[in-house]
Design a protein around this ligand. Structure first.
Ligand code: GH3
Ligand code: MG
Ligand code: MG
Ligand code: MG
Length: 315
């Protein structure tokens, strides 16, 4: 079966439309001091459905990047009065190492492309440019950004439960704690461990145990869902939650709510109803106390909860 020309053309058209739809959320910063050149480029990208933001100088570009973390791709001119393209590339590299930059300059100076790349640009297009070349270079840089984002997302997640993993918890925890404490808010930490989990593994096998873990994780993310909270699977059947804005008493109340809800609702495992409990240790994080140290104190409180009979919250 051979595609007819018309079908082939239709396929191309559909591909273009699909790609354009994918572009809708990608924002591109166009930097050029010459208004007309900037407008022409901006219009070309807008036709491709990219969201275009414009800057008429390097300083304006840097200010826009500082203010908009979702600006990830810059297309910049070389000759500009306040700051040339190379200097802008170096500043972007320093201040926004994840942002990708494509340099543009007139093709008469062949050294410009090397200069741009040496200054930290990822790609280069000569003016006057062939529209298709510019589109392809932008598309390939957007693809790299998308892949990086997917990798980062994967690296932050625990494969079994889909929750954030220990690495992400220790990466994002300290800045969250720092921001909250600097603004005068308390931050507390809860460490949660499933009771008698080994027995579940023995009874239902490791696969059954895994299913229980996923299910508990699902319940936890529902119960702990809040922008001021950070939930992660920090060990085999151990989960940690940071409560920003919660002092010890508040965090204990929140933890008690989670404990009670998990104890109340039986889990379904292969048609069987299974009741399950958790023990939780809570600590309020001291100003300038490390996350490690506060997690250690929550762990000691958790040990007490286990000692005192499980299915309880201790501080
Ligand atoms: P306790 O109430 O004292 O916490 O008793 P426990 O049986 O839960 O004891 P402990 O916390 O020491 O045991 C945790 C068990 O969790 C040991 C390990 O076999 C199991 N486990 C850890 N990670 C996984 C996992 O990814 N999948 C499964 N199925 N089991 C796991
Ligand atoms: Mg210029
Ligand atoms: Mg454990
Ligand atoms: Mg346990």
């Amino acid at each position: 079966y051979v595609l007819k020309d018309s079908e082939f053309a239709l396929g191309n058209l559909v591909g273009t439309v699909k790609r354009a739809l994918d572009n809708r959320h990608t924002r591109i910063l166009v930097v050029d001091d010459t208004r007309t050149t900037r407008k022409v480029l901006a219009r070309m990208l807008a036709i491709q459905q990219y969201v275009v933001v414009e800057a008429s100088s390097g300083a304006e570009a840097l200010a826009l990047l500082d203010a908009n973390p979702d600006l990830q791709l810059v297309v910049s001119d070389y000759y500009m009065p306040d700051m040339d393209g190379f200097e802008l590339a170096r500043s972007i590299r320093r201040r926004h190492p994840k942002v990708r930059l494509i340099g543009i300059s007139s093709s008469t100076d062949r050294k410009t492309s090397a200069g741009f790349l040496k200054a930290g640009a990822h790609d280069f297009v000569s003016r006057p440019f062939v529209l298709e070349e510019l589109q392809c270079r932008i598309a390939s840089n957007v693809e790299t950004l998308t892949q990086l984002k997917q990798l980062q997302e994967l690296a932050a997640r625990d494969y079994l439960t889909g929750l954030f993993n220990r690495r992400h918890f220790f990466e994002q925890g300290p800045p969250l704690i720092g921001t909250a404490q600097k603004a005068g808010f308390p931050v507390s930490i809860a460490l949660l461990d499933i009771d008698h989990f080994k027995q579940l593994n023995d009874r239902y096998g490791h696969d059954g145990g895994d299913k229980v873990l996923s299910s508990v994780a699902g319940n936890l993310s529902r119960l702990a869902e809040h922008e001021t909270r950070l939930l992660a699977r920090v060990g085999g059947e151990e989960f940690a939650i940071l409560f920003a804005g919660a002092d010890l008493a508040t965090a204990c109340r929140l933890a008690e709510g989670i404990r009670a809800e998990i104890a109340r609702e039986p889990l379904l495992l292969g048609g069987a109803e299974l009741s399950l409990t958790v023990s939780i240790g809570v600590a309020e994080i001291g100003v300038s106390e490390s996350l490690d140290a506060s997690l250690g104190r929550a762990d000691r409180a958790l040990y007490t909860a286990k000692q005192e009979g499980r299915n309880r919250v201790c501080a």
